[in-house]
Design a protein around this ligand. Sequence first.
Ligand code: G3I
Length: 391
Amino acid sequence: MQPAKGSVLTRQPSTMSRRAFAAAIAAAAVRVVTDGPGGAPALVPVLAAQAVALKDLVPQRWLIGAALNQNQSDGRDTVAVDLVTRQFNTISPENALKFQSLHPEPGRFTFDAADRYVAFGRDRGMAVIGHTLVWHSQTPRWVWDGPDGALADRATMLARMRTHITTVAGRYAGRIRGWDVVNEALNEDGTLRDSPWRRGIGDDYIARAFEFAHEADPNAELYYNDYNLATRPDKRAGALRIVRDLQQRGIRIDAVGEQGHWRLDTPAPADLDQAITELRGTGLPVMITELDVNLLPPAGAPARGQAPSAESNPYASGLPDDVQQALARYYAEAFRVLLKHRDGIGRVTFWGVSDADSWLNRGRVNHPLLWDRQRRPKAAFDRVVAVLTGK
Ligand code: G3I
Protein backbone atom coordinates (compact mmCIF):
# COMPACT_ATOMS: atom_id res chain seq x y z
CA MET A 1 0.00 0.00 0.00
CA GLN A 2 1.35 3.44 -0.89
CA PRO A 3 0.97 6.40 1.45
CA ALA A 4 -1.40 9.04 0.14
CA LYS A 5 0.41 11.48 -2.11
CA GLY A 6 1.58 14.52 -0.18
CA SER A 7 0.82 12.94 3.19
CA VAL A 8 3.18 13.52 6.08
CA LEU A 9 4.83 10.22 5.22
CA THR A 10 5.85 11.27 1.72
CA ARG A 11 6.42 15.03 1.77
CA GLN A 12 9.95 16.06 2.69
CA PRO A 13 10.20 19.65 3.98
CA SER A 14 12.66 21.58 1.80
CA THR A 15 14.58 22.74 4.88
CA MET A 16 15.26 19.19 6.07
CA SER A 17 18.05 16.88 4.87
CA ARG A 18 17.09 13.49 3.48
CA ARG A 19 18.67 11.77 6.48
CA ALA A 20 16.92 14.00 9.03
CA PHE A 21 13.64 13.49 7.23
CA ALA A 22 14.09 9.71 7.34
CA ALA A 23 14.87 9.90 11.03
CA ALA A 24 11.75 11.95 11.71
CA ILE A 25 9.65 9.46 9.80
CA ALA A 26 11.19 6.59 11.74
CA ALA A 27 10.33 8.26 15.02
CA ALA A 28 6.78 8.96 13.84
CA ALA A 29 6.33 5.38 12.70
CA VAL A 30 7.44 3.97 16.03
CA ARG A 31 5.17 6.39 17.90
CA VAL A 32 2.13 5.53 15.84
CA VAL A 33 2.78 1.81 16.27
CA THR A 34 3.10 2.15 20.04
CA ASP A 35 0.07 4.39 20.41
CA GLY A 36 -2.16 2.45 18.04
CA PRO A 37 -5.46 1.41 19.63
CA GLY A 38 -5.63 -2.32 20.36
CA GLY A 39 -2.21 -3.12 18.91
CA ALA A 40 -0.69 -1.91 15.67
CA PRO A 41 -2.96 -2.23 12.63
CA ALA A 42 -1.24 -3.64 9.52
CA LEU A 43 -1.64 -0.32 7.76
CA VAL A 44 0.73 1.57 10.01
CA PRO A 45 3.84 -0.58 9.77
CA VAL A 46 3.36 -1.07 6.03
CA LEU A 47 3.35 2.68 5.65
CA ALA A 48 6.45 2.85 7.80
CA ALA A 49 8.18 0.31 5.59
CA GLN A 50 7.40 2.41 2.55
CA ALA A 51 8.52 5.63 4.17
CA VAL A 52 11.78 4.56 5.82
CA ALA A 53 14.36 2.76 3.74
CA LEU A 54 17.37 1.06 5.27
CA LYS A 55 19.43 1.97 2.20
CA ASP A 56 18.90 5.68 3.01
CA LEU A 57 19.98 5.27 6.61
CA VAL A 58 23.13 3.12 6.49
CA PRO A 59 26.56 4.76 6.33
CA GLN A 60 27.35 5.95 2.84
CA ARG A 61 29.91 3.25 2.01
CA TRP A 62 27.69 0.36 3.01
CA LEU A 63 25.63 -1.81 0.78
CA ILE A 64 22.54 -3.27 2.42
CA GLY A 65 20.50 -6.02 0.88
CA ALA A 66 18.69 -9.32 0.92
CA ALA A 67 18.95 -12.70 -0.73
CA LEU A 68 16.18 -13.30 -3.27
CA ASN A 69 14.45 -16.58 -3.99
CA GLN A 70 13.33 -17.31 -7.51
CA ASN A 71 9.74 -16.12 -7.01
CA GLN A 72 11.25 -12.78 -6.11
CA SER A 73 13.94 -12.48 -8.79
CA ASP A 74 11.38 -13.62 -11.39
CA GLY A 75 9.05 -10.83 -10.20
CA ARG A 76 6.13 -13.10 -9.21
CA ASP A 77 6.23 -12.16 -5.52
CA THR A 78 5.28 -8.57 -6.13
CA VAL A 79 4.98 -7.56 -2.47
CA ALA A 80 8.53 -8.71 -1.81
CA VAL A 81 9.74 -7.08 -5.04
CA ASP A 82 8.33 -3.72 -3.89
CA LEU A 83 9.87 -4.13 -0.45
CA VAL A 84 13.30 -5.05 -1.84
CA THR A 85 13.21 -2.23 -4.38
CA ARG A 86 12.35 0.28 -1.68
CA GLN A 87 14.66 -0.92 1.07
CA PHE A 88 17.87 -2.27 -0.44
CA ASN A 89 20.73 -1.40 -2.76
CA THR A 90 22.19 -4.87 -3.20
CA ILE A 91 20.85 -8.38 -3.79
CA SER A 92 22.23 -11.89 -3.47
CA PRO A 93 20.83 -15.01 -5.15
CA GLU A 94 19.60 -17.56 -2.61
CA ASN A 95 20.08 -20.47 -5.02
CA ALA A 96 20.03 -19.25 -8.64
CA LEU A 97 23.79 -18.95 -9.14
CA LYS A 98 24.93 -22.11 -7.42
CA PHE A 99 26.80 -24.73 -9.44
CA GLN A 100 23.88 -27.17 -9.64
CA SER A 101 21.53 -24.40 -10.79
CA LEU A 102 23.84 -23.22 -13.58
CA HIS A 103 25.76 -26.26 -14.72
CA PRO A 104 23.77 -29.44 -14.08
CA GLU A 105 25.66 -31.58 -16.62
CA PRO A 106 29.03 -31.36 -18.33
CA GLY A 107 28.81 -28.80 -21.11
CA ARG A 108 25.21 -27.81 -20.31
CA PHE A 109 24.65 -24.41 -18.73
CA THR A 110 21.22 -23.13 -17.66
CA PHE A 111 21.30 -19.38 -17.32
CA ASP A 112 17.65 -18.29 -17.67
CA ALA A 113 16.81 -17.81 -13.98
CA ALA A 114 20.27 -16.38 -13.26
CA ASP A 115 19.92 -13.89 -16.11
CA ARG A 116 16.60 -12.71 -14.67
CA TYR A 117 18.18 -12.34 -11.22
CA VAL A 118 21.01 -10.22 -12.65
CA ALA A 119 18.55 -8.13 -14.68
CA PHE A 120 16.42 -7.58 -11.54
CA GLY A 121 19.33 -5.91 -9.80
CA ARG A 122 20.72 -4.07 -12.81
CA ASP A 123 17.28 -2.63 -13.67
CA ARG A 124 17.15 -1.15 -10.18
CA GLY A 125 20.72 0.11 -10.09
CA MET A 126 21.62 -2.34 -7.33
CA ALA A 127 24.95 -4.03 -6.63
CA VAL A 128 24.40 -7.59 -7.83
CA ILE A 129 26.27 -10.26 -5.85
CA GLY A 130 27.24 -13.70 -7.16
CA HIS A 131 26.90 -16.70 -4.81
CA THR A 132 28.82 -18.99 -5.20
CA LEU A 133 31.47 -20.42 -7.53
CA VAL A 134 33.18 -23.16 -5.50
CA TRP A 135 31.36 -24.97 -2.69
CA HIS A 136 31.06 -28.56 -1.46
CA SER A 137 27.25 -28.33 -1.42
CA GLN A 138 24.69 -27.86 -4.22
CA THR A 139 27.29 -29.06 -6.69
CA PRO A 140 26.44 -32.00 -8.96
CA ARG A 141 28.33 -35.26 -8.49
CA TRP A 142 29.72 -35.30 -12.03
CA VAL A 143 31.99 -32.39 -11.18
CA TRP A 144 34.12 -34.57 -8.92
CA ASP A 145 33.63 -37.99 -10.52
CA GLY A 146 36.48 -39.84 -12.17
CA PRO A 147 36.44 -43.21 -13.94
CA ASP A 148 34.99 -46.25 -12.11
CA GLY A 149 33.53 -44.29 -9.21
CA ALA A 150 36.91 -42.86 -8.18
CA LEU A 151 37.46 -39.19 -7.51
CA ALA A 152 38.55 -37.25 -10.60
CA ASP A 153 42.27 -36.46 -10.76
CA ARG A 154 43.68 -33.01 -10.09
CA ALA A 155 44.01 -31.94 -13.71
CA THR A 156 40.47 -33.02 -14.59
CA MET A 157 38.94 -31.33 -11.57
CA LEU A 158 40.92 -28.13 -12.11
CA ALA A 159 39.80 -28.06 -15.74
CA ARG A 160 36.16 -28.46 -14.69
CA MET A 161 36.51 -25.74 -12.08
CA ARG A 162 38.12 -23.41 -14.58
CA THR A 163 35.46 -24.02 -17.23
CA HIS A 164 32.71 -23.34 -14.72
CA ILE A 165 34.25 -20.16 -13.34
CA THR A 166 35.31 -18.82 -16.73
CA THR A 167 31.89 -19.41 -18.25
CA VAL A 168 29.83 -18.09 -15.34
CA ALA A 169 31.93 -15.18 -14.08
CA GLY A 170 32.81 -14.34 -17.70
CA ARG A 171 29.14 -14.21 -18.72
CA TYR A 172 28.31 -11.70 -15.99
CA ALA A 173 31.52 -9.67 -16.19
CA GLY A 174 30.69 -6.02 -15.64
CA ARG A 175 27.25 -6.89 -14.30
CA ILE A 176 28.02 -8.79 -11.10
CA ARG A 177 29.78 -6.61 -8.54
CA GLY A 178 31.46 -9.39 -6.63
CA TRP A 179 31.59 -13.15 -6.13
CA ASP A 180 31.67 -15.47 -3.17
CA VAL A 181 34.46 -17.32 -4.94
CA VAL A 182 34.92 -20.02 -2.31
CA ASN A 183 32.22 -20.79 0.23
CA GLU A 184 32.58 -22.65 3.53
CA ALA A 185 36.04 -24.19 3.07
CA LEU A 186 36.62 -24.53 6.82
CA ASN A 187 35.80 -26.98 9.59
CA GLU A 188 34.68 -25.55 12.91
CA ASP A 189 38.20 -25.96 14.34
CA GLY A 190 39.72 -23.87 11.58
CA THR A 191 41.27 -26.71 9.58
CA LEU A 192 40.41 -27.06 5.91
CA ARG A 193 37.22 -29.01 5.26
CA ASP A 194 37.70 -32.34 3.55
CA SER A 195 35.61 -31.30 0.56
CA PRO A 196 35.80 -33.18 -2.74
CA TRP A 197 37.43 -30.09 -4.25
CA ARG A 198 40.25 -30.31 -1.75
CA ARG A 199 40.60 -34.07 -2.00
CA GLY A 200 40.82 -33.90 -5.78
CA ILE A 201 42.94 -30.80 -6.26
CA GLY A 202 44.80 -30.23 -3.00
CA ASP A 203 44.82 -27.30 -0.57
CA ASP A 204 45.57 -24.86 -3.38
CA TYR A 205 42.09 -25.33 -4.84
CA ILE A 206 41.17 -22.11 -3.03
CA ALA A 207 43.98 -20.10 -4.62
CA ARG A 208 43.23 -21.55 -8.07
CA ALA A 209 39.54 -20.64 -7.75
CA PHE A 210 40.40 -17.02 -6.95
CA GLU A 211 42.86 -16.90 -9.86
CA PHE A 212 40.29 -18.28 -12.31
CA ALA A 213 37.68 -15.81 -11.09
CA HIS A 214 40.07 -12.90 -11.51
CA GLU A 215 40.94 -14.05 -15.04
CA ALA A 216 37.26 -14.33 -15.93
CA ASP A 217 36.36 -10.85 -14.67
CA PRO A 218 39.34 -8.69 -13.69
CA ASN A 219 37.04 -6.01 -12.31
CA ALA A 220 34.88 -8.20 -10.07
CA GLU A 221 35.36 -8.13 -6.33
CA LEU A 222 36.30 -11.53 -4.94
CA TYR A 223 35.24 -12.76 -1.50
CA TYR A 224 35.91 -15.64 0.87
CA ASN A 225 32.62 -16.50 2.64
CA ASP A 226 31.97 -18.71 5.68
CA TYR A 227 29.80 -19.04 8.80
CA ASN A 228 30.56 -18.95 12.53
CA LEU A 229 33.55 -16.66 12.01
CA ALA A 230 32.19 -14.37 14.72
CA THR A 231 31.27 -17.23 17.05
CA ARG A 232 34.30 -19.51 16.85
CA PRO A 233 37.78 -18.00 17.24
CA ASP A 234 39.49 -21.14 15.87
CA LYS A 235 37.44 -21.06 12.72
CA ARG A 236 38.11 -17.35 12.34
CA ALA A 237 41.83 -18.08 12.61
CA GLY A 238 41.40 -20.50 9.72
CA ALA A 239 39.72 -17.79 7.65
CA LEU A 240 42.56 -15.41 8.46
CA ARG A 241 45.05 -18.04 7.24
CA ILE A 242 43.16 -18.39 3.96
CA VAL A 243 43.06 -14.63 3.40
CA ARG A 244 46.72 -14.09 4.31
CA ASP A 245 47.82 -16.99 2.13
CA LEU A 246 46.07 -15.41 -0.87
CA GLN A 247 47.51 -12.01 -0.04
CA GLN A 248 51.04 -13.43 0.28
CA ARG A 249 50.71 -15.10 -3.10
CA GLY A 250 49.56 -11.80 -4.61
CA ILE A 251 46.14 -13.19 -5.52
CA ARG A 252 43.21 -10.81 -5.54
CA ILE A 253 40.78 -10.97 -2.61
CA ASP A 254 38.56 -8.01 -1.74
CA ALA A 255 36.59 -8.91 1.37
CA VAL A 256 35.86 -11.61 3.88
CA GLY A 257 32.24 -12.57 4.43
CA GLU A 258 30.88 -13.68 7.81
CA GLN A 259 27.57 -15.20 6.85
CA GLY A 260 25.85 -14.04 10.04
CA HIS A 261 23.59 -17.03 10.77
CA TRP A 262 23.28 -15.98 14.39
CA ARG A 263 21.19 -16.87 17.45
CA LEU A 264 19.96 -14.70 20.31
CA ASP A 265 22.82 -15.91 22.52
CA THR A 266 25.61 -16.01 19.95
CA PRO A 267 27.64 -14.20 18.94
CA ALA A 268 27.46 -11.84 21.90
CA PRO A 269 28.05 -8.21 20.85
CA ALA A 270 31.56 -8.27 22.36
CA ASP A 271 32.42 -11.37 20.32
CA LEU A 272 31.17 -9.76 17.13
CA ASP A 273 33.22 -6.69 17.93
CA GLN A 274 36.33 -8.81 18.47
CA ALA A 275 35.73 -10.82 15.29
CA ILE A 276 35.41 -7.73 13.13
CA THR A 277 38.55 -6.24 14.66
CA GLU A 278 40.53 -9.41 13.90
CA LEU A 279 39.17 -9.84 10.38
CA ARG A 280 39.90 -6.18 9.68
CA GLY A 281 43.52 -6.94 10.54
CA THR A 282 43.83 -8.31 7.00
CA GLY A 283 43.19 -4.81 5.69
CA LEU A 284 40.04 -6.05 3.93
CA PRO A 285 36.49 -4.93 4.56
CA VAL A 286 34.19 -7.33 6.35
CA MET A 287 30.81 -8.21 4.87
CA ILE A 288 27.89 -9.73 6.77
CA THR A 289 26.57 -11.77 3.89
CA GLU A 290 23.67 -13.96 5.08
CA LEU A 291 22.24 -12.32 8.17
CA ASP A 292 19.40 -13.92 10.13
CA VAL A 293 18.75 -14.74 13.79
CA ASN A 294 17.47 -18.24 14.46
CA LEU A 295 14.93 -18.28 17.30
CA LEU A 296 14.17 -22.00 17.36
CA PRO A 297 15.75 -24.66 19.56
CA PRO A 298 18.50 -26.54 17.74
CA ALA A 299 16.33 -29.61 17.29
CA GLY A 300 16.82 -29.93 13.55
CA ALA A 301 14.17 -29.94 10.89
CA PRO A 302 11.49 -32.64 11.02
CA ALA A 303 11.78 -35.44 8.47
CA ARG A 304 10.00 -34.74 5.19
CA GLY A 305 6.25 -35.17 5.64
CA GLN A 306 6.54 -35.35 9.46
CA ALA A 307 5.04 -32.74 11.78
CA PRO A 308 7.53 -31.09 14.13
CA SER A 309 7.13 -31.70 17.85
CA ALA A 310 5.53 -28.86 19.83
CA GLU A 311 8.69 -28.19 21.85
CA SER A 312 10.84 -27.97 18.71
CA ASN A 313 8.38 -25.51 17.19
CA PRO A 314 7.37 -23.14 20.00
CA TYR A 315 6.39 -20.13 17.89
CA ALA A 316 4.14 -21.90 15.40
CA SER A 317 1.23 -19.59 16.15
CA GLY A 318 3.21 -16.40 16.51
CA LEU A 319 6.09 -14.81 18.34
CA PRO A 320 5.37 -13.80 21.97
CA ASP A 321 6.07 -10.16 22.63
CA ASP A 322 9.01 -10.82 24.98
CA VAL A 323 10.81 -12.83 22.27
CA GLN A 324 9.91 -10.22 19.65
CA GLN A 325 11.55 -7.61 21.87
CA ALA A 326 14.56 -9.82 22.56
CA LEU A 327 15.06 -10.24 18.81
CA ALA A 328 14.76 -6.47 18.36
CA ARG A 329 17.36 -5.87 21.07
CA TYR A 330 19.72 -8.41 19.54
CA TYR A 331 19.52 -6.80 16.11
CA ALA A 332 19.97 -3.35 17.68
CA GLU A 333 23.11 -4.48 19.53
CA ALA A 334 24.51 -6.14 16.44
CA PHE A 335 23.97 -3.03 14.32
CA ARG A 336 25.54 -0.89 17.04
CA VAL A 337 28.68 -3.01 16.76
CA LEU A 338 28.59 -2.83 12.97
CA LEU A 339 28.26 0.95 13.15
CA LYS A 340 31.20 1.11 15.52
CA HIS A 341 33.19 -0.46 12.67
CA ARG A 342 31.40 1.56 10.02
CA ASP A 343 34.52 2.15 7.91
CA GLY A 344 35.40 -1.53 7.93
CA ILE A 345 32.00 -2.88 6.87
CA GLY A 346 31.33 -3.17 3.15
CA ARG A 347 27.93 -4.80 3.05
CA VAL A 348 25.16 -6.26 5.19
CA THR A 349 22.85 -8.73 3.44
CA PHE A 350 19.89 -10.49 5.07
CA TRP A 351 19.39 -14.11 4.02
CA GLY A 352 15.82 -13.69 2.86
CA VAL A 353 13.30 -10.86 2.72
CA SER A 354 10.63 -11.83 5.27
CA ASP A 355 10.13 -14.57 7.84
CA ALA A 356 7.96 -16.40 5.32
CA ASP A 357 10.90 -16.71 2.94
CA SER A 358 13.60 -17.89 5.32
CA TRP A 359 15.48 -21.18 4.88
CA LEU A 360 15.37 -21.40 8.69
CA ASN A 361 11.72 -22.49 8.64
CA ARG A 362 12.45 -25.96 7.15
CA GLY A 363 9.22 -27.54 8.37
CA ARG A 364 8.93 -25.32 11.45
CA VAL A 365 7.89 -21.69 11.97
CA ASN A 366 10.84 -19.38 12.50
CA HIS A 367 10.94 -15.59 12.81
CA PRO A 368 14.55 -14.63 12.00
CA LEU A 369 14.28 -11.48 9.85
CA LEU A 370 13.09 -7.86 10.02
CA TRP A 371 9.77 -8.39 8.22
CA ASP A 372 7.07 -10.82 9.36
CA ARG A 373 5.06 -13.27 7.28
CA GLN A 374 2.67 -10.54 6.14
CA ARG A 375 5.74 -8.50 5.12
CA ARG A 376 5.11 -6.02 7.93
CA PRO A 377 8.19 -4.57 9.61
CA LYS A 378 8.80 -6.04 13.05
CA ALA A 379 10.04 -4.38 16.22
CA ALA A 380 13.52 -5.46 15.09
CA PHE A 381 13.14 -3.28 11.98
CA ASP A 382 12.17 -0.28 14.12
CA ARG A 383 15.13 -0.86 16.44
CA VAL A 384 17.59 -1.16 13.55
CA VAL A 385 16.19 2.07 12.09
CA ALA A 386 16.57 3.74 15.48
CA VAL A 387 20.22 2.64 15.78
CA LEU A 388 20.99 3.76 12.23
CA THR A 389 19.48 7.16 12.97
CA GLY A 390 21.57 7.61 16.09
CA LYS A 391 19.02 6.68 18.75
O1 G3I B 1 14.75 -26.82 -6.35
C1 G3I B 1 14.08 -27.83 -5.60
C2 G3I B 1 12.67 -27.95 -6.04
O2 G3I B 1 12.65 -28.37 -7.37
C3 G3I B 1 11.95 -28.94 -5.13
O3 G3I B 1 10.59 -28.96 -5.45
C4 G3I B 1 12.10 -28.53 -3.66
C5 G3I B 1 11.47 -29.54 -2.72
O4 G3I B 1 11.94 -29.36 -1.40
O5 G3I B 1 13.46 -28.44 -3.37
C6 G3I B 1 14.11 -27.46 -4.13
O6 G3I B 1 15.44 -27.33 -3.76
C7 G3I B 1 15.68 -26.73 -2.52
C8 G3I B 1 16.41 -25.41 -2.74
O7 G3I B 1 16.82 -24.87 -1.49
C9 G3I B 1 15.52 -24.38 -3.46
O8 G3I B 1 14.42 -24.07 -2.70
C10 G3I B 1 16.56 -27.69 -1.72
O9 G3I B 1 15.80 -28.85 -1.39
C11 G3I B 1 17.06 -27.02 -0.47
O10 G3I B 1 18.02 -27.86 0.15
C12 G3I B 1 17.73 -25.70 -0.82
O11 G3I B 1 18.13 -25.09 0.38
C13 G3I B 1 19.04 -24.02 0.24
C14 G3I B 1 20.32 -24.34 1.01
O12 G3I B 1 21.21 -23.26 0.92
C15 G3I B 1 21.03 -25.59 0.46
O13 G3I B 1 22.24 -25.78 1.11
C16 G3I B 1 18.42 -22.78 0.82
O14 G3I B 1 17.30 -22.39 0.00
C17 G3I B 1 19.43 -21.64 0.88
O15 G3I B 1 18.91 -20.57 1.61
C18 G3I B 1 20.69 -22.12 1.57
O16 G3I B 1 21.63 -21.08 1.55
C19 G3I B 1 22.87 -21.35 2.21
C20 G3I B 1 23.92 -20.57 1.48
O17 G3I B 1 23.93 -20.89 0.11
C21 G3I B 1 25.32 -20.80 2.09
N1 G3I B 1 25.31 -20.56 3.51
C22 G3I B 1 24.27 -21.24 4.27
C23 G3I B 1 22.89 -20.92 3.68
C24 G3I B 1 21.79 -21.51 4.51
O18 G3I B 1 21.84 -22.91 4.50
